[in-house]
Every structure is written in C-alpha cells, then in structure tokens.
Design a binder for this molecule. Structure first.
Ligand code: FA5
Length: 345
C-alpha cells in the first residue's frame, strides 16, 4: 500500500509541476484530493484494515494528503506571482517609446506680426494705445476731416450699426484705426507717440487681398518741430527692421483727408530686388502703408495749436504685411480656421 501511495504522490507532483495556469489547479485538486480520488478511496477503506496496518497506512495517507494540499497552495501562490509579474512587465514604462504628442496651442499669425510691429515702434519710443471697434461717426469720419456727404467717405465702405438718433445713424464698425488718433489726442498733451493695433471692418467683397474684417496698426507722433523728415526716417527704420537691413523705401503722394501732405510708402520688392516680378506686379515696389503730416484742422479740433505743434501719422494693414513676410497669396486663409494653414506659423 505505501508503494501505491508513493506512486500517487509521484504522479500528482509531476502533474502539478506541468500546470502553467491557475485555472487548471481545480481540476488537479479534484483528481488527486477530491471525493473520487484514489487517495480518498484509501482513506475510506482504512476502517476495514487490521489495527496495526490501519495506523501505519492511515498516518502515511494523511501525511500525503496534507503534503499534496500544501503543494497545491504553494503552486497556486507561485502561479499568481508569475502572473502578476507578467502583467506588470506588460504595463511597465517603455522608455524607448516616443512620447505622446501633447496638443499645444500657438499664437495666431496676425498676433505674432502685430507684436513684432509694435515691438519695433516701442523700441523707438512709442506707446501702445487701443480704442473701441464700435465707434461713433464723429471719431471715424467727422473729426478726421470727413464731414457728412463728403465724397471721401466713399474710400471706406462702412458697416453701420442699427441705431438711430435724430434720424441719423451715428454709430458704425470702425473702418480704420485712425479714430484712435483723435481719442488719444483728446486725452493727452504733446508730446504724443503712440501705435494703435486693432480690428477694423469694411463692407467689402472679399478676394485674395481684401477681407471684410482685418487688422491695422495706426501710428501717431505729435510734438514741436516734427517734420516730414521724421516721418520718413521713422518709417524707413521700421521697414528695414521688419523686412531686412538692405530694404529701400519709396514715398509717393497719396490722398487721405486727415493728413496734408499725404503719402503712401512702398518697399523695394524683396523677391526680385526691384527688377519686377509677379509679387510686385512687375513694378519693383510693394506698397505697405498710407501716411502723412497730421492736418492742422485736426490738431485744432483737439485743442493743439498748429502753429506750435505738428505731427505725422501712418496706418498699415497687418495681414498684408504678414502676407509679404511669409509669401501668403490669399488673405482669406487668415480667418478660415484651417489648422493646416495656421500650424505653419
Ligand atoms: C487707411 O485706412 C488710413 N486710415 C491709413 C492712414 C492712417 C493714412 C494715417 C494716413 C495717416 P487705407 O484704406 O488705404 O487707409 O488702408 C490702410 C491699409 O489697410 C492698406 O494699405 C492695406 O494694407 C490695408 N487694407 C485696406 N483694405 C483692406 C482690406 N479690405 N483687407 C485687408 N487689408 C486692407
């Protein structure tokens, strides 16, 4: 009988050793320790044996039962630990994997160019001022020498606000940043040196170079003895800082009701170097802003004595500057919210 027990033991242990999953342990327990197992059969049959043999075999069979139960518990423990280790290894940090890209925002191209232009003027001693986008007719037109029914109003196709007073519509979406010239001068005494970035609106059909909403930067300097030479020198410096130290500039006469004389400024085309190409429409020059000496009427209107003070003003479209800077051929891309475009800057 003891030999039989030894065989049971060897068989049970070799089967236990071969088990690789905790799920198989229960079948092993039933086979070797269950009610119908050979070992249970021996234990049940003990009662029929003579006393001496019953004792000897009973002790050996019980010992084997305890031994197998302990072996099972140990195996269960070992398998669990191995499984946990496997799971941990699978979930562990693999430092060779590339990191997950974290979505990151950035400054819009217009904001970038706005900051760059402002920085250039701040370095020359200008302050940054702002004004309202919903403006009174008075600031947008009247105070800028553009009275009602004056043909110069046609230069700025206007979006009017649906608000009437005395049978008139005195409010609008500002068509340029020039009204802030008046607002600043009303509140300060010379010397004045400000740049005014901001949104402007025009009742215009859009095309590759025209938006109905776009950004401008206005500039204004008023002091005793400011001359056209200051205007030219300041804008020349600006053009070189923004577009490169070898840039040349050209001033030509232009008309704006709030300056006298009025000019527009062009830079020599940085693609063809002035020879003429598609970007500069074969002219060799690219127009970037309008400017001029502040009209004496305007100085008078804000209480500055034009015999003592003079000044210059300028205004430029920011998207057009960014288009030149980056070779963008359609202004409508700026606010179409296409990330494929915006991510490039
Ligand atoms: C003005 O708005 C004047 N206030 C500029 C000025 C200020 C002159 C101070 C003298 C003294 P103008 O309408 O030309 O001028 O517009 C100025 C710039 O805005 C243009 O040179 C151009 O760069 C830009 N611009 C004009 N219309 C549009 C448009 N529809 N879309 C995009 N940019 C435009």
């Amino acid at each position: 009988m003891t030999e039989e027990l030894e065989r049971f033991k060897a068989q049970a242990l070799s089967e236990l050793e071969a088990i690789a999953e905790t799920g198989e342990l229960e079948a092993w327990r039933i086979r070797h320790l269950g009610r119908k197992s050979p070992l249970t059969g021996i234990l049940r049959g003990l009662a029929t044996l003579p006393l001496e043999e019953r004792r000897r075999l009973g002790a050996a069979a019980n010992e084997l039962k305890v031994f197998l139960e302990e072996s099972l518990a140990q195996k269960r423990q070992a398998l669990r630990e191995a499984e946990t280790a496997r799971l941990l290894a699978a979930a562990a940090l693999d430092v060779t994997l590339p990191g997950r890209p974290w979505p990151q925002g950035g400054l819009h191209i217009t904001t970038q160019i706005q900051r760059e232009v402002c920085d250039i003027f701040v370095a020359m001693g200008f302050q940054v001022a702002e004004g309202p986008e919903v403006e009174w007719d008075y600031y947008n037109f009247e105070a800028l020498n553009i009275p009602k029914d004056h043909p110069a109003r046609d230069m700025w196709a206007t979006l009017w606000i649906d608000y009437e007073r005395d049978g008139e519509r005195p409010m609008l979406l500002r068509t340029h940043t020039s009204p802030v010239q008046i607002r600043v001068m009303e509140q300060t005494r010379p010397p004045v040196r400000v740049v005014v970035p901001g949104k402007v609106y025009r009742y215009e059909a859009t095309d590759a170079t025209h938006e109905w909403m776009f950004y401008q930067i206005e500039g204004l300097a008023v002091d005793a003895n400011i001359t056209m030479a200051d205007l030219k020198g300041t804008l020349f410096q600006f053009a070189r800082r923004l577009f490169g130290p070898e840039r040349r500039v050209r001033f030509r006469c232009d008309y704006f009701p709030f300056v006298e004389p009025g000019v527009d400024m062009s830079i020599d085309c940085f693609v063809c170097g002035g020879k003429g190409c598609r970007l500069c429409s074969e002219s060799g020059w690219i127009e970037i802003l309008g400017a001029g000496m502040v009209h004496p009427n305007i100085l008078r209107r804000v209480g500055y004595d034009p015999e003592v003070y003079s000044g210059f003003a300028f205004g430029m479209g920011l998207e057009r500057i960014a288009m030149l800077r980056h070779g963008i051929d359609d202004i409508r891309l700026f606010y179409a919210n296409d990330l494929r475009f915006l991510r490039q800057f």
